[in-house]
Design a protein around this ligand. Structure first.
Ligand code: ZN
Ligand code: ZN
Length: 220
């Protein structure tokens, strides 16, 4: 597992499992926030990293409920008692009440009651929390959320995009519920103009908005 500091307040921890799988640590005023839980075998590395950063883990925020994003959550919660948040729309799928759109079988990726819904400010808008702006970016999954760190200018994209050799690419089609909606949700990079985009499956991209027009023309 490899840890990289990608901006003044954000670290990325990654592992290779055929494709890269990344999670992030964000330093906030009162401690540490973990974004996503990766795959189960990342739990040890995540806990070790929390110790090394020497800050209390205050929250776990999820981009969505797919198994490669929540694999270590149970174990990390067991050690830290950190509360877990996910978009309200995502809960029913992650808790296994309903199959994700396009899938035949429901699958429980998060134990019932373990995660709470992210607070909404109004229809479609989520409440900012400790320097992070959660952005509802549906398509890859119904309740997919990207997190924008305004001060550092970093967009933590989860599976909103993948990247390949420095280029923006679509989320993995096989696991994407509604590609058209996912591509449209990607417009947040054009609106926010983040300095850096970091995704779960791929390398980081500087000034990703410079690629937006090409991406949109190709895939919309
Ligand atoms: Zn996913
Ligand atoms: Zn994924």
């Amino acid at each position: 597992m490899k840890i990289t500091q990608i901006s003044p307040n954000i670290w990325k921890l990654g592992i290779w499992m055929i494709i890269p799988v990344n999670v992030w640590f964000v330093r906030s005023e009162d401690g540490l926030i973990l974004i996503d839980g990766g795959i189960p075998k990342m739990a040890t590395g995540i806990l070790k990293q929390i110790k090394e950063l020497n800050l209390p883990l205050k929250k776990i925020l999820l981009t969505h409920g797919h198994s490669d994003h929540v694999g270590s959550v149970k174990e990390v919660v067991r050690h830290t008692s950190a509360p877990v948040y996910i978009h309200r729309e995502e809960l029913q799928y992650a808790e296994g009440d309903m199959p994700y759109p396009g899938r035949k079988k429901a699958q429980t990726t998060i134990d019932k009651g373990m995660a709470s819904p992210l607070l909404q400010e109004s229809e479609g808008r989520l409440q900012p929390l400790e320097g992070l702006l959660p952005l509802w970016t549906p398509g890859h999954s119904p309740g997919h959320v990207a997190y924008y760190h305004k001060e550092d200018g970093v967009l933590i994209g989860g599976d909103l995009f993948t990247t390949r050799r420095g280029r923006l690419a679509r989320p993995i089609p096989m696991f994407t519920a509604d590609m058209q909606t996912a591509v449209r949700s990607g417009a947040v990079i054009e609106e926010l103009k983040p300095k850096l985009l970091t995704v779960c499956h791929g390398e980081d991209i500087k000034e990703p908005y410079s690629q937006w027009e090409g991406y949109w023309t190709r895939w919309s």
